[in-house]
Design a binder for this molecule. Sequence first.
Ligand code: FEO
Length: 396
Amino acid sequence: MAVRQLCEQIYSVGVIDWDRRIFDELVLLPEGTSYNSYLLKGSSKIALIDTADPSKEEEFIGNLVRLGVDRIDYIIANHAEQDHAGCLPILLELFPSAKICCTEKCSELLLKLLDIPVKRCEIVKSGDSLSLGDLTLEFMDAPWVHWPETMLTYCPEKEILFPCDLFGAHYATSDLFLKDTTRFEILAKRYYAEIMMPFRSSIVKYLAALKEKKISIIAPSHGPMIQPPSLVMDFYEEWTSDTVKNTVLIPYVSMHGSTSQMVAFLTDLLIERNIGVKPFQISQADTGALAMELVDAATVVFATPTVLFGPHPEMVSVAYLANLVKPKTRYASVIGSYGWGGKTIDVLTSMIPHIKAELLEPVYIQGAPDEKARVELIKLADTIAQKHNADSLVEN
Ligand code: FEO
């Protein structure tokens, strides 16, 4: 990434990873990502906020060299995960007098993950501030965004928030500031769904606290800078709210066609009842795309055949992931077909304790769907319509 000036005294020195296609061997990155890092030149001290993924260490250090950085007094570690803290070891070698400012928990994690000596860390807490001379950095603990050690950093003189992962997007772009808001909305929602959604209730509190601050620019650690902040904060208000949409998500897998026939029939029934519906075939699915659908669908209907004694393994994986991201789903059900037996409904429903949804009567049949199955699916569609209407859900 080219070194670029964000504003007077502040530079973007991070790295764009155009080619990365997967994170944690789990999260797909259709548009790459970036590891943003910011250098602040105060009148008396120089601070670096976050670093870069260790795979980009050479490029990252090259950026500091290009900017002529020969001294760093403080390295602010908002988060200990390696994509932001991974270049700390080399930085501590290159700048032996630099201190890492981080939370106590972060210091513990940096020791375990990157062998960073505790003596190089200066522990900061919510409300603490650090003077760089004519610039100040204020710290705000923000545990569970998305790890327990995370904090946010704010520069009041420039009205810039450095929230690390929060408000980010895995979006490799040459735009320093967000321009393509349409693309950003999709990528930011994907990122929220995969990474932030499980911590929705914490984020609600941080959003309220951040409203008290005068913020002109959000400088996250993935994706472009955001100005004005409402371009992302408004989305977070909506996604973290209790509001759900008049939509049914149907993750499904089928072996011999019976379950997919049931899905097709239920899909049409829901459309006829003016309900948004998304049948989502899960075999080798992009789980990020599925997580995005989970952000605001009012209802999820898991559709799976029985394999031996329980749900299809692809559905087991999807249910496990859906439970992890804790969507605000209000209603859930199970449909599908079995050959000779099994406990699919019990197994599947026991896998999703974090989805605090009302369970609607499942439609689980033996073999191919017959007239009785169709009647039960009509009943399920009617129940969903009745629930959605009673809740006066917002339309897509
Ligand atoms: Fe971008 Fe939690 O690391």
